[in-house]
Design a protein around this ligand. Structure first.
Ligand SMILES: NC(=O)NCCC[C@H](N)C(=O)O
Length: 256
């Protein structure tokens, strides 16, 4: 299997069930089931050619498994975030050590900026950044400066936790999502996902996608388009408003 790159992941900690819930009703989380689902998620990444790099566990941080929110990796640069939920800011330190080890140029979002990685969607040459619950205007401006040269487009998000809760991108850069959750005025055409969790797609390879088991109609649709689709059950993380995107940070291999 070709080496697709490195995937940062962080095992769920003992306090997972205390994770934040904003837009959905809280329901119980089964830690044992969550750990098994996380193992299966990692196995799916491995099978697609991604090497796993574990971010040190953060047992006091219930939401630390959602490692995507702590860093944005764009080319050779890793921008450490300043999560919008103050209780999640301690999660960033563990990620910093790993991105430094990978040799990435490390930058960071600073006060009064706030930014969650879940609000940052890279699609082709454009970086879409959600403005909403967790990411503010200052955070977006700082990110745009740190990624100098990339086209940054801010998108208002309403009724969803993050931009990538509402839309992601397919390998050719086209968008898929739930338009009702977004201000679509600055967006190109958005393919409508037939179910809310179909808005979250992880690009594992040029024709290979990862979706949640809760999006069977979207999986069928994309398979009919010719994509290879891998499906994982992440129900225990969905109970905490997580999705397939937020459980990893993919750092693609770069031509040497
Ligand atoms: N990028 C993501 O979608 N992250 C999910 C974070 C869920 C967590 N319970 C939170 O509210 O911060």
């Amino acid at each position: 299997m070709a080496d697709a790159g490195i995937a940062l992941v962080r095992r769920p900690g003992p306090r997972l069930a205390e994770g934040l819930v904003t837009h959905i009703e809280r329901r119980p989380v089964d830690l044992g089931a969550a750990r098994r689902q996380h193992e299966a998620y990692q196995a799916a990444l491995r099978a697609a050619g991604w090497g796993l790099r574990a971010v040190p566990e953060a047992d006091d941080a219930p939401d630390a498994v959602f490692v995507e929110d702590t860093v944005v990796v764009c080319g050779d640069t890793a921008v450490l975030t300043r999560p919008g939920a103050p209780g999640r800011r301690a999660e960033v330190a563990g990620t910093e050590g790993v991105v430094r080890d990978l040799g990435l140029a490390v930058r960071r979002i600073t006060e009064p900026g706030t930014l969650d990685g879940g609000d940052v969607l890279q699609a082709g040459d454009t970086v879409y950044v959600g403005r909403g619950d967790r990411t503010n205007e200052e955070g977006i401006c700082q990110l745009a400066r740190l990624l100098g040269g990339r086209r940054v487009v801010s998108v208002d998000v309403r009724g969803a936790l993050h931009l990538k809760s509402a839309m992601t991108a397919l390998p050719d850069g086209t968008l898929i999502g739930v338009p009702e959750l977004l201000d679509t005025s600055a967006l190109p055409a958005l393919r409508v996902a037939p179910e809310p969790s179909g808005a979250h797609v992880v690009v594992l390879g040029p024709d290979h996608l990862l979706l949640a088991a809760s999006a069977p109609r979207t999986a069928d649709l994309l398979a009919a388009d010719g994509f290879r689709v891998t499906v994982v059950d992440i129900g225990e993380f969905e109970a905490l408003e997580g999705c397939v995107t937020c459980l990893s940070v993919l750092v693609p291999s770069r031509p040497s």
